[in-house]
Design a protein around this ligand. Structure first.
Ligand SMILES: Cc1cc2nc3c(=O)[nH]c(=O)nc-3n(C[C@H](O)[C@H](O)[C@H](O)COP(=O)(O)OP(=O)(O)OC[C@H]3O[C@@H](n4cnc5c(N)ncnc54)[C@H](O)[C@@H]3O)c2cc1C
Length: 388
């Protein structure tokens, strides 16, 4: 059986639903084709079940992309305030948790319910359990699932990235881009916990659960947030953020006592220069077990001023080289994706293939932790939806 529409949206996640709503409101006959048995599964598990749906301080600097300017236009034309207005129209209670991050008071189900209600209002047709396996372009796009065929002059690819395969992530969006001759920036797991080498793990991983505020840096980016030790390595917001910029075999630099000088006390000649006094100082900044463990591995070679200066430097620039990441099983996002050079920044349409659009996580635009990935999904979805 063949269904005909004005536009087909592949993937009923955050970006696909927003795109369908915008196009539906403008009178387009839109179908959302979703291979799962329900819409927005990632929305439901996001933000620990409370969905960090946007960030008040959203700026282009909060995104990684080979072209840092690409996201600007869409982000400027659909802002956090636009999404907040929608949330408020639906009477959904929310709060700012920290650093501009907005979460539902109750549950992420509120956000999904709102998008479903908006789809209904906009007359969007939803097809669940519809895994698109093949797309062909004749005078129109034809998308084939095992049980049905869909036709339209416009096709929007909103199939997301590779993270969390167990809830339905597929590489279909990338395959489709390649099929139509569009370049892909090789994907990698982002916002992902890091694994330590066997040696570092045997030194630190039994402290799993211990956390501290640090500055983690890599490749010119730095984040002042919590670091958490896990059974296999490092996590916590500071590490997740920096993980998106990390490349294999590079060291991270960790400042264990941001903005403070732990050896300043030794400038006073009355303070004894020994390991016990040093422990006391470092414990002011780090949980005791972490402070002691770190000092066991970084005992100063002597107690001279230059040796203490070297230790101070180590405290602020502790180099640690992760052995790898926890991979797509645990990654909150997929970085890389459809090369932005292939797309119009205003509409998300592929310049080589009129009528073909890519939105959301499948595109090479990846947000920092804190509601930015949803803001990109809403903004890129709205940009395409308004162009259909
Ligand atoms: C655990 C977790 C927590 C997160 N929390 C937050 C948060 O609090 N704030 C934030 O901003 N971001 C968060 N994110 C990131 C955010 O969820 C994603 O960036 C966002 O969902 C991307 O939206 P999307 O629509 O591009 O892709 P998705 O939401 O992944 O949607 C893609 C859809 O396409 C469907 N699909 C795939 N292949 C096919 C096919 N061949 N045929 C038909 N359908 C197909 C999938 O089933 C899916 O429904 C979180 C991610 C994870 C994994």
């Amino acid at each position: 059986m063949t269904h005909s529409f004005d536009a087909l949206v592949l993937g009923g996640g955050a970006a696909g639903l927003m795109c369908a709503i915008e196009a539906g409101i403008r009178g387009r006959r839109v179908a959302v084709l979703e291979h799962s048995d329900r819409l927005g599964k990632k929305i439901l598990i996001s933000g620990g079940g409370r969905c960090n749906f946007t960030n008040l301080h959203c700026q282009p600097e909060n995104f990684l992309s080979a072209n840092p300017h690409f996201a600007k236009s869409a982000l400027a034309r659909y802002t956090p305030q636009d999404f907040i207005a929608l949330v408020e129209k639906h009477g959904i209670p929310y709060h700012e948790k920290t650093l501009g991050q907005l979460f539902c008071d109750r549950s992420a189900r509120d956000i999904l319910g709102m998008l479903e209600a908006e789809c209904e209002h906009a007359g969007v047709s939803i097809f669940l359990n519809t895994k698109i396996q093949q797309v062909e372009r004749t005078t129109e796009f034809i998308a084939r699932a095992s049980n049905a065929e869909f036709k339209a002059p416009a096709l929007v690819v909103a199939t997301g990235g590779l993270s969390i395969p167990k809830i339905g992530a597929t590489a279909f969006g990338y395959d489709l881009a390649r099929q139509f001759g569009l370049a892909i920036r090789e994907p990698w797991p982002g916002l992902v916990p890091l694994i330590l080498s066997r040696e570092d793990c045997s030194r630190y991983c039994d402290l799993a659960g211990v956390s501290a505020e640090v500055i983690a840096s890599c490749n010119g980016q730095q984040f002042r947030e919590k670091l958490l030790i896990t059974h296999r390595g490092l996590s916590g917001p500071a590490i997740l953020q920096v993980s998106s910029y990390w490349k294999e075999s590079q060291p991270l630099l960790i400042d264990l006592a941001p903005g403070s000088e732990i050896t300043v006390v030794f400038h006073d000649s009355k303070t004894p220069r020994n390991q016990s006094a040093l422990r006391t100082e470092l414990r002011k900044f780090l949980p005791q077990r972490l402070a002691d463990r770190w000092l066991d591995a970084h005992t100063p070679t002597s107690w001279t001023n230059p040796a203490l200066a070297a230790l101070e430097k180590q405290v602020h620039e502790w180099p640690i080289t992760p052995a790898g990441t926890e991979g797509y099983e645990k990654a909150e996002v997929t970085a890389g994706g459809v090369d932005t050079n292939e797309l119009s920044a205003k509409t998300m349409e592929a310049s080589k293939v009129p009528g073909l659009f890519f939105i959301g996580e499948v595109v090479d635009v990846t947000g920092h932790l804190g509601g930015f990935n949803f803001q990109w999904a809403w903004a890129s979805g709205a940009a395409a939806g308004r162009a259909l």
